[in-house]
Design a protein around this ligand. Structure first.
Ligand SMILES: [Zn+2]
Length: 272
């Protein structure tokens, strides 16, 4: 893997003793790599990531993993907030969501600043992922090009292995900031992430923590009771799982919860 080094001062020290436990995936919603990198160069913007992966698969390292990058903002995972403290963040260049298509089928969304529309410029592939949620019926999500996906998977595997991250703790921004963030969205290849990490071990307690954290995110935290996200798969976790399966099992083709790891990994496909 070739990595382009573009260090930024927009980062800080991790708190003493903070261990990297989590890998957070993002999309940029901006298709220009130059604009993304430029935006991460200024501490005043309070925005950065450890890595940026361009549409052509180029990997840019902006913050060393030993330092804290500023990608997650207000966030909760594994029963704790400020996920930046304990995570590595990857920003994948991608247009993101679209709420209409142009005359030639191109993805567009309303410009938040001006009155016009932003149009997706990346042409390969033109594929878009349709949203399955009823509230998002007209939304499309820009697909991730294959050459970029291959680079993302290699980078994810490398980071997870080197840091000893539990494979079930590779999550999206949408999972740690539900309701506020939608990236990397329904177009992100979560099933392929699970496949590429399949031979790496997952600790039982971490799998339980992942399922419990997703249960909280999806609004079933009350089923966990006072124990909350404790890494202990008890009756409360069974109860939360039953509710998740009832609500989302069919739509998201969730595997049987008897395979706890596969179940935890599949929960990443359910948007918040
Ligand atoms: Zn994000």
């Amino acid at each position: 893997m070739t990595i382009v080094e573009t260090p930024t001062p927009a980062c800080s020290a991790r708190p003493a003793g903070a261990k990297i436990t989590t890998l957070v995936m993002h999309y940029t919603a901006i298709e220009s790599r130059a604009d993304v990198v430029e935006g991460f160069m200024h501490p005043a913007n309070e925005k950065s990531a450890h890595y940026v992966v361009d549409l052509d698969g180029t990997v840019i390292r902006m913050v060393p993993e030993a330092k804290k990058a500023w990608h997650a903002g207000v966030s909760t995972w594994n029963g704790a907030d400020d996920v930046n403290r304990v995570s590595v963040g990857i920003e994948v260049v991608n247009f993101g969501w679209a709420d209409r298509t142009g005359p030639n089928g191109e993805l567009q969304r309303r410009d938040r600043v001006g009155n016009g529309f932003v149009t997706r410029t990346a042409s390969a592939p033109a594929a878009a992922v349709v949203d399955r949620r009823s509230a998002w019926a007209n939304y499309r999500w820009a697909a991730y090009p294959e050459v970029q996906t291959v680079a993302v998977l290699a980078l994810v595997r490398d980071i997870v292995r080197r840091n000893g991250i539990d494979p079930t703790f590779v999550v999206g921004h949408e999972h740690i900031a539900p309701g506020r963030k939608a990236d990397p969205g329904p177009g992100f290849p979560w099933a392929r992430v699970a496949t590429t990490l399949a031979d790496l071990p997952a600790a039982e307690a971490w799998v339980a923590r992942a399922v419990q954290s997703h249960a909280v995110r999806l609004g079933y935290g009350d089923s966990l009771g006072a124990a909350g996200v404790d890494g202990d798969w008890g009756k409360g976790t069974d109860k939360a799982v039953a509710r998740i399966v009832k609500q989302h099992g069919k739509a998201y083709a969730l595997p049987a919860a008897t395979d706890r790891r596969a179940f935890a990994e599949a929960l990443r496909r359910i948007p918040g």
